[in-house]
Ligand binder design. Structure first.
Ligand SMILES: O=c1ccn([C@@H]2O[C@H](COP(=O)(O)O)[C@@H](O)[C@H]2O)c(=O)[nH]1
Length: 308
């Protein structure tokens, strides 16, 4: 799957991913009204509204971008109806040729991790037939239960040609509380990075591994070190835009081949019409505002990439 992701990034010349993190407050009034008139002010109504909203953003941006990253928490908050909207969003984005990175941050004891991996990346056997659950292409994985929590994901990736991004150094303000703790003089995130390389050796694509990692845009000095420690590991980079990460901070997340990193923006793209810069698009132009924000982000990140 990493080969497909790299091919899409190269074809579209866009090392970016759009995060589909819909909050009801981002969904324009006219979409909410239509969904509520059909399904009432219910969870089904909300789920319909966020699905319509996502569809508009996908339709307006799919030709420019390689991938989307739906954040499952934003859907789970609406219960089973939200999960149906998550599933529909993944399936529709896939139909449009996009790579799906499910931001699910799972990881548990081995048997439970296997169930997560099968449900999100693999297929489940029912009688004589196999069924895919959510069928994302990549998912994010929390490594803090150790190898037996991650290996089931790697095994399913090998079986179904899928991939994972393992949390190494997250973008949030308190990520250092545990991740930066020194063990024999080295920060924990570096030790996790070394395990990511080891896990990834069993699951290589042509140049990069199907086992990638997450390093936040908000810690550029660490990103620079981690890039060198993991030359064949693709880095998913959240934290650009709304969390304060800037393109110039990301220069060293890329390899000399211009590849190796894919930068996420969620709120900055999907709620672009709420920013002063894109306000002229108005509520009804929310999808066109997202398209313009995508174009601006690609130019910004490619500028940094060129300075590598
Ligand atoms: O370290 C991490 C890991 C994941 N995320 C997720 O990325 C997006 C960021 O959203 P923005 O609106 O662009 O800030 C969101 O889904 C997070 O859960 C992260 O931010 N940091």
């Amino acid at each position: 799957m990493i080969n497909e992701l790299v091919a899409q990034i190269e074809k579209k010349d866009a090392p970016i991913v759009v995060g589909l993190d819909p909050m009801l407050s981002y969904v324009p009034e006219y979409i909410q009204k239509k969904a509520f008139s059909e399904y009432g002010e219910t969870l089904k109504g909300v789920a319909e509204a966020i699905w319509e909203y996502n569809k508009g953003i996908i339709d307006a941006t799919y030709d420019l971008i390689p991938a989307v990253k739906p954040q499952i928490a934003m859907y789970e908050q609406f219960g089973i109806e939200g999960l149906i909207a998550f599933h529909k969003t993944c399936a529709y984005a896939k139909e449009k040729g996009l790579v799906i990175i499910g931001d699910i941050k799972r990881g548990d004891i081995g048997s439970t991790s296997t169930a997560y991996a099968v449900g999100h990346l693999g297929k489940v056997q029912v009688g004589s037939k196999e069924y895919a659950g959510f069928d994302e292409d990549f998912v994010t994985v929390n490594p803090y239960l150790g190898t037996d929590g991650v290996k089931p994901f790697v095994d399913v990736c090998k079986q179904y040609n899928k991939g994972i991004f393992v949390l190494v150094k997250t973008s949030n303000p308190s990520s250092g509380e545990f991740q930066d703790q020194l063990i024999n003089g080295r920060p924990l995130y570096e030790l996790v990075a070394e395990k990511v390389v080891e896990w990834g050796e069993a699951c290589m694509g042509d140049t990069y591994s199907n086992v990638g990692c997450v390093v936040g845009a908000t810690y550029p000095e660490m990103g620079k070190i981690l890039r060198k420690l993991m030359p064949k590991t693709y880095i998913l980079v959240p934290g650009y835009g709304a969390q304060g990460g800037k393109a110039e901070d990301l220069v060293h997340y890329f390899n000399p081949d211009g590849l190796g990193a894919i930068v996420n923006s969620s709120r900055g793209i999907i709620a672009a019409y709420k920013q002063d810069k894109y306000a002229s698009f108005g509520e009804t132009g929310y999808a066109d505002a997202s398209r313009q924000a995508v174009k601006d982000m690609i130019a910004d990140i490619n500028g940094a990439r060129a300075n590598r």
